[in-house]
Design a binder for this molecule. Structure first.
Ligand code: ZN
Length: 406
């Protein structure tokens, strides 16, 4: 027994103030229970770290540790309590665990590594015989650790986007570092107040260093940017414009399809996705079918051509050329007399400054799109999400590029 105890003492790597008092092996439960005992003369106050005398010992607590040869391993200890002159009676912190955790730091570190390789909380939970909630708590502590370690270095180009949650009934607003390709933070709702809160999560010095913020043409985002990073250029990039243009083409298609159907013409039925594809992404068969549709001289074809024509805008490199092109495109849109596209063009004209700013910053929307598709996957596996808090935790865990090591 003596040798077993010293064996565990070495394996656990405990500070000299803690001893292994007893090791219990339960074969039927496949469990190793290691009892630890505090043997120090005095103990540090968890608040001020000043050495104080021991007041008494808190009731027994348990922590799950890494398995020993497939045996579940539990640490058991009574933590000493200090009587600090300044803070009163406090329970000392355990060197092997975070406050309020029922797991050792090494166990939590292992769970974090598993989660990083296997995106499903449920899979990790059942692999380690843990509850979904326990894994969620470990992720939260890991994210908190990583957020605390973040440096305050300059971030030049920000992106702010909304994401729906719970079938579009609720929203979160996400702030991205476009150069770093990472999510900086997530807040509930998409109001000015929420966006201000998001921007305030950057240090004051960082806010002063921001050159541009890419946003949707949603007013509250612009208001918050004006308020908190007034020197930065607002940019509406390809990513934020193309969605509106695609929706406008679809609105024209629906209108026209209804009218044709009434007249017994089924040309547009089932063509929704054909109008959303870009020509370079079409297969030969799709291309042939699409050419046939275009040959019908439909209003939807005109709307699609206008949308496709605007793609040329994003390769322009000077503000003057961009402004000239926008005017030229606007005239073509007006001549089409297609209301859904005209409506989007009018909105773009009201936000023209932000659209033209793209020529100056050329922020890549690939980053936003990449992060968004990752977030989409998180949302798709979100069956068990109990709250927006869990959604935020997962976005930061998988897209925050955080240092979450223990
Ligand atoms: Zn104290």
């Amino acid at each position: 027994m003596e040798s077993l105890i010293s064996h565990y003492q070495q394996l656990l790597g405990l500070p000299s103030t803690w001893n292994v008092d007893d090791v219990d092996l339960s074969l039927p439960h496949k469990r190793v229970t290691i009892k630890l005992k505090y043997v120090g003369q005095d103990v540090k106050c968890p608040e001020c770290k000043v050495s104080c005398s021991i007041y008494d010992h808190a009731p027994e607590q348990k922590w799950r540790h890494l398995d020993t040869m497939q045996f579940e391993t539990i640490l058991v200890a009574r933590l000493p309590r200090v009587n600090c002159k300044e803070h009163g009676v406090k329970t000392a912190s355990a060197p092997w665990a975070d406050k309020h955790s029922r797991f050792t730091l090494m166990f939590e570190g292992f769970v974090v590594q598993l989660l990083q390789h296997c995106a499903s909380t449920q899979a990790v939970a059942s692999m380690l015989r843990l509850s979904w909630h326990s894994v969620d708590q470990i992720m939260r502590r890991a994210v908190a650790r990583g957020m605390k370690r973040r440096s305050k270095e300059a971030i030049r180009h920000l992106g702010i986007d909304e994401k729906s949650f719970r079938a579009g009934h609720q929203y979160v607003t996400i702030m991205n570092d476009l150069d770093g390709g990472r999510v900086l933070d997530v807040v509930e709702t998409r109001t000015t107040k929420a966006t201000v809160k998001l921007l305030t999560s950057l240090a004051a010095k960082q806010r002063k260093q921001v050159l541009s913020v890419s946003v949707d043409m949603w007013k509250p985002f612009a208001h918050a940017v004006r308020k908190k990073v007034p020197q930065a250029d607002l940019v509406h990039d390809h990513y934020h414009i193309s969605k509106y243009l695609n929706d406008a083409v679809d609105a024209v298609r629906r209108q026209e399809s209804r009218a044709l159907k009434t007249a017994g013409d089924k040309t547009l039925i089932g063509s929704k996705y054909a109008w959303l594809r870009n020509p370079e992404n079409m297969s030969d068969k799709q291309r042939a079918e699409f050419d046939q549709l275009m040959a019908c001289e439909l209003q939807t074809g005109t709307a699609w051509s206008l949308k496709n024509m605007f793609r040329a805008f994003w390769v322009l490199t000077t503000r003057d050329a961009a402004e000239y092109f926008f005017q030229y495109w606007s005239d073509a849109v007006d001549r089409s007399e297609l209301k859904p596209i005209i409506k989007v063009k009018d909105m773009m004209a009201r936000h023209l400054d932000g659209i033209l700013n793209f020529t100056r910053h050329r922020t890549t929307n690939a980053v936003s799109e990449g992060l968004n598709s990752k977030i989409q996957l998180i949302k798709a596996s979100a069956r068990g999400f109990h709250s927006l808090k869990s959604y935020r935790t997962r976005i930061l865990f998988y897209c925050g590029k955080l240092d979450m090591a223990i």
